[in-house]
Unconditional design. Structure first.
Length: 255
């Protein structure tokens, strides 16, 4: 690989880590660039997963204060992320992604609409922010929904942040920065498990993955710090824009 190719991939990962930290959807920057560089789609997906998960470490450091008092809740939340990521990664290695790619755009669109509506819907359901404190377990329907998000993330991953934010909104969370912190942790677990399976399956292009990992760490930290300074309304708008853009891109790609 040429130096220009590696530099371009690293720059894409920097932007992808930044977007993932603020709203999710960084894969929509990095994945098409890898395909444009001539990487086969399945290998590009696996390499992208391996490259972007370290960016979550930078994001977590930037969001570290937002997870205070969440130990019990996060412990339960982690289980469906790990199990879903494993199952989704196994599905990708076993079945390929062509058929699934046809329904991905509509999953992302539905999640974006759900995220836009989660405020009024949560009020209608009578939910409050009491789930935000230590000592409370997530409800079983939420854990089941998060498992489904984990499967999707392990299989393909584009738009996983949008899906997770939508589910967190229905679980009663209203603080977008805390939601982003939890989302980053969940995506990290999903992607670590899936990346381990992809590495064992020999479908990771390591030179690209290594340089992209460095870029994603820097972008993840920068995005986390910026997201907490620009205000919740603007971050929510970014989430919606990324979600709608994800839907359009995935729909065009599936045809």
């Amino acid at each position: 690989m040429t130096g220009a190719t590696l530099a371009g991939a690293a720059a894409a990962a920097l932007v992808g880590g930044f977007i993932n930290s603020m709203a999710g959807g960084g894969t929509l920057v990095t994945f098409p660039i890898l395909v444009a560089l001539g990487v086969p789609p399945l290998v590009a997906n696996a390499t992208n997963t391996m490259a972007l998960w370290p960016g979550a470490l930078g994001s977590l450091w930037g969001y570290r204060d937002r997870l205070a008092g969440m130990r019990t809740w996060i412990g339960w939340f982690s289980l469906p992320c790990l199990l879903g990521g494993f199952f989704g990664g196994w599905l990708l290695l076993s079945t390929g992604q062509d058929r699934f790619a046809r329904i991905v755009p509509y999953l992302v669109l539905g999640a974006t609409i759900l995220f836009m509506a989660n405020g009024p819907l949560s009020r209608w359901l009578g939910r409050r922010t009491g789930v935000d404190h230590e000592g409370v377990r997530p409800a079983w329907p939420f854990l089941a929904a998060q498992f489904a998000v984990g499967v999707y993330g392990g299989y393909f991953g584009a738009g996983i942040g949008i899906l997770m934010l939508a589910v967190l909104g229905l679980a009663g969370f209203t603080d977008i920065h805390r939601m982003n912190a939890i989302k980053v942790w969940g995506a990290l677990l999903v992607n670590v498990v899936a990346a381990a399976l992809f590495a064992a399956g020999g479908v990771v292009l390591w030179p690209l993955a290594i340089v992209m990992a460095a870029g994603s760490i820097a972008g993840g930290y920068g995005g986390a710090r910026l997201a907490q300074r620009v205000g919740r309304v603007w971050v929510r708008r970014v989430v919606v824009l990324v979600g709608l853009g994800s839907f359009v891109w995935l729909l065009l790609r599936s045809r």
